[in-house]
Design a protein around this ligand. Structure first.
Ligand code: GLU
Length: 446
C-alpha cells in the first residue's frame, strides 16, 4: 500500500503514461520504498522530486529504415529515453528486440537512474533500443540496421551528453557497427561515446564479463552475511546470453554447479553442470538454440518450452528478461529449498514473486543492485577512454568486486537504517533515490 500522497503521484503517472505496464511496475516498486524518506526530507516533496524523477528529461523516437538482403524495405522504430542527468551524462544500454516499445525503454531507463546512482560513478540514467528482431537476420542486414539506427541517434550522443552500451540483442559486434557509423558521420574518434567496445578499438577488459560476474559478487556478499558461500551449491541460471554465460562462468569458478540455463525455446538440464565451452560455441559462435547444446552433451535434456524454475536449486539467477519469474515460480523455488535469488536481468521477478520469496526467507538481490556491475564497468571503460589508458584484467575485476561490495554495503546499511534489515529492495531503492534526489535539489529547478 502506498500512502495517500504517493498514491496520488502514482495515479498521475498512470494517467500520463497509458499502456506502459512495465514502466508502471518499475515506478510502483520505487514509490513503494521511498515513503519513509519523504517524511525525513520535506524538501523532496516541495521540490516535487518524485514527480520530476518520473518524467524523462527527453524522449527521442525515430524512424529506422533499412533494406534486407533481397532489397525489401523495412521500417523499425528507434528510441532513446534520456531519463535523468543529475549525476552525469545519460548512461544505459540499447535493446534490439521485437517486444521493445516506449514503455519497455522507459521502465529500463527508470531503473537505470537508481542502478547507476548505486554504482557511485558519475553517470545519469537512460536507455534506448528498437523493435528490430535480429533473429534470423544476416550479418549484413544487422550491420545495415545498426548504421541506419546510428545515422539518427548520433546527434544526441557524446561523452558528456549520452553514452549508450549494449543490452538484449546488442553486443560488441553491434556496438562496433554503431561506433563505426558514429565515427564516420562525426569524423571524430570519440571512444567515450559508446561502451562495450571491442578491446582493439577502445574497449575495456572485464566489460563483457561484468554484468554476470557482478551479479555473482553481489550474491556472494548476501550469502556471506549469513555465513554461507556458493561453493558446492546447485544453481540455476535463466537465459543463455552474455549475462547468463558470464554468471555461469563465475558460479562455476566459485565451486557452484549450474545445472540449467534457458533461451526463448526452452531450457536445458545438465546434471553434470553446464559445460561452458559447449554453451559458448552454441550461443556465441553459432548463435543456435540450446537444442544444439543438448545434442552435444548426452547426459543433458532439452525441455522445449519448459519452465526452468521447476529445476530444484539452492541459488537462482534470473538472467533472461523482465517478468520471467512469477509468483508460482517463486513458490516453487521456496518449496525446493532455494536460499538466494540475485537478478542478473532487469526486473525479472514480478512484484508478487518478490513478495513470495521474501515471505519464504529467500535472500533477494534486486536487479538495480545485483546487475549494476555491467554499467559500473562501462563507467570504468569511460574512465580509461578519457585517460587514454587501459587497465589489466585483474585490476579491473578487483575494482568491479569492490564496487559490488560497496553497493551491497549501501543497500544493507540503508535497509538496516530504515528498520528493515535484509530488505535489499528497500535498501537499493532508497539509497539510489536519495543520491539522485540530493543532486536534483542542489541543481535547482531544471
Ligand atoms: N544494459 C546494461 C544494463 O542494464 C548495461 C548498460 C551500460 O553499460 O551502459 O545496465
Amino acid at each position: 500500500m502506498l500512502d495517500e500522497k504517493l498514491d496520488d503521484i502514482y495515479s498521475e503517472v498512470l494517467r500520463r503514461n497509458p499502456a506502459e505496464p512495465e514502466f508502471h511496475q518499475a515506478v510502483r516498486e520505487v514509490l513503494g520504498s521511498v515513503g519513509p524518506v519523504l517524511s525525513k526530507s520535506p524538501n523532496y516533496a516541495s521540490q516535487k522530486i518524485i514527480q520530476r524523477i518520473c518524467e524523462p528529461e527527453r524522449q527521442i523516437i525515430f524512424r529506422v529504415p533499412w533494406q534486407d538482403d533481397h532489397g525489401d524495405v523495412h521500417i523499425n522504430r528507434g528510441y532513446r529515453v534520456e531519463f535523468n542527468s543529475a549525476l552525469g551524462p545519460y548512461k544505459g544500454g540499447l535493446r534490439f528486440h521485437p517486444s521493445v516499445s516506449l514503455g519497455t525503454v522507459k521502465f529500463l531507463g527508470f531503473e537505470q537512474i537508481f542502478k547507476n546512482a548505486l554504482t557511485g560513478m558519475p553517470i545519469g540514467g537512460g536507455k534506448g533500443g528498437a523493435d528490430f528482431d535480429p533473429k534470423g537476420r544476416s550479418e549484413d542486414e544487422i550491420m545495415r540496421f545498426c548504421q541506419s539506427f546510428m545515422t539518427e541517434l548520433y546527434r544526441h550522443l557524446g561523452e558528456y551528453t549520452d553514452v549508450p552500451a549494449g543490452d538484449i540483442g546488442v553486443g560488441t559486434r553491434e556496438i562496433g557497427w554503431m561506433f563505426g557509423q558514429y565515427k564516420r558521420i562525426t569524423n571524430r574518434y570519440e571512444s567515450g561515446t559508446l561502451t562495450g567496445k571491442g578491446l582493439a578499438w577502445g574497449g575495456a577488459l572485464v566489460r563483457p564479463e561484468a554484468t554476470g560476474y557482478g551479479a555473482v559478487f553481489f550474491l556472494q556478499e548476501m550469502m556471506k552475511v549469513q555465513g554461507r558461500s556458493v561453493d558446492g551449491r546447485t544453481c540455476v541460471v535463466s537465459g543463455a546470453g552474455n549475462v547468463a554465460i558470464n554468471a555461469i562462468a563465475k558460479l562455476e569458478q566459485l565451486g557452484g554447479t549450474v545445472v540449467a540455463c534457458s533461451d526463448s525455446q526452452g531450457y536445458v538440464y545438465d546434471p553434470d553442470g553446464i559445460h561452458l565451452p559447449t554453451l559458448r560455441e552454441v550461443k556465441e559462435v553459432e548463435r543456435k538454440t540450446l537444442e544444439a547444446y543438448a545434442e552435444r552433451r548426452p547426459n543433458s535434456q532439452h525441455h522445449v518450452r519448459g519452465n526452468i524454475w521447476e529445476v530444484p536449486c539452492e541459488i537462482a539467477l534470473p538472467c533472461a528478461t523482465q517478468n520471467e519469474l512469477n509468483a508460482s515460480d517463486a513458490a516453487r523455488l521456496v518449496a525446493n529449498g532455494c536460499l538466494a535469488v540475485a537478478e542478473g536481468a532487469n526486473m525479472p521477478t514480478t512484484p508478487d514473486g518478490i513478495e513470495i520469496l521474501r515471505q519464504g526467507g529467500v535472500l533477494f538481490g534486486p536487479g538495480k543492485a545485483a546487475n549494476a556491475g555491467g554499467v559500473a564497468t562501462s563507467a570504468l571503460e569511460m574512465q580509461q577512454n578519457a585517460a587514454r589508458d587501459s587497465w589489466s584484467f585483474s585490476k579491473t575485476e578487483a575494482k568491479l568486486a569492490e564496487i559490488m561490495s560497496s553497493i551491497h554495503e549501501q543497500c544493507a546499511a540503508t535497509a538496516e537504517a530504515y528498520g528493515r534489515p535484509g530488505d535489499y529492495v528497500l535498501g537499493a531503492n532508497i539509497a539510489g533515490f536519495v543520491k539522485v534526489a540530493e543532486a536534483m535539489c542542489a541543481l535547482g529547478l531544471i
